[in-house]
Design a protein around this ligand. Structure first.
Ligand code: 5GP
Length: 196
């Protein structure tokens, strides 16, 4: 997706060979035009899959998941990273955080996703695939089906891409980074199809 790649090139900051800062447009200050385009792109890719819910994890995934859900005309649910005392019947799963290098619990109220739901997972990044694995387990625990996933950005050398490919569900990446470093900047993957 050219607009996303251009924005990453102009405003993204490569903090290290494995961490890209996108606070200027994606997960702190938000560029509404870009996020609207991202939603349109994901919705177009998954329109024929009978999606009934879009699911993400707070907080980086919420806005792209929201714009996608708006174009698919379905509800969006975000898994919380702390269990609120108001949650009656939570479904939980432990996830390893890529950026913080610690484990945390994600949770959703049981009745937000239910049997028969066809779920699309949307997130800002695909790195080691741990958020995806946690979401997959939550969806299974709710007796629903995870039918596809969409990631704004992937770092293609990290294990997430292979995990998704092995699982065999469709997934779409809008900007696939082949390599990055603070000195050399970002190089893109042009040789892989964006939708697997
Ligand atoms: P994974 O679960 O695939 O290992 O990591 C995905 C999650 O880690 C995303 O939800 C995202 O919040 C965070 N993440 C992974 N890599 C990066 C990165 O390079 N920059 C930022 N800002 N977040 C990242």
């Amino acid at each position: 997706m050219d607009l996303l790649k251009k924005t990453i090139e102009e405003e993204g900051v490569v903090l290290s060979p494995s961490v890209l800062k996108v606070d200027g447009f994606l997960n702190h200050k938000i560029d509404p035009i870009l996020l609207d385009e991202i939603g349109k792109e994901f919705a177009g890719a998954f329109r024929n899959l009978g999606i009934t819910k879009v699911l993400t994890i707070e907080c980086g995934g919420i806005v792209p998941a929201f714009t996608t859900a708006l174009y698919l005309n379905v509800p969006v649910v975000f898994a919380k990273k702390a269990e609120p005392s108001t949650m009656r019947n939570p479904k939980t799963c432990r996830v390893h955080s890529f950026t913080k290098n610690t484990d945390y619990t994600i949770c959703i109220e049981q009745n937000t996703i239910h049997e028969g739901d066809r779920v699309l997972f949307i997130d800002d990044f695909l790195a080691n695939g741990q958020a995806y694995l946690g979401i997959k387990k939550l969806v299974e625990d709710c007796h629903a089906r995870l039918v596809a996933s969409g990631f704004c950005i992937e770092k293609a050398w990290q294990p997430g891409h292979s995990i998704l490919k092995q699982d065999g569900f469709p997934f779409k990446v809008l900007a696939s980074i082949r390599h990055m470093s603070p000195e050399e900047g970002i190089s893109w993957n042009y040789d892989t199809a964006e939708t697997e």
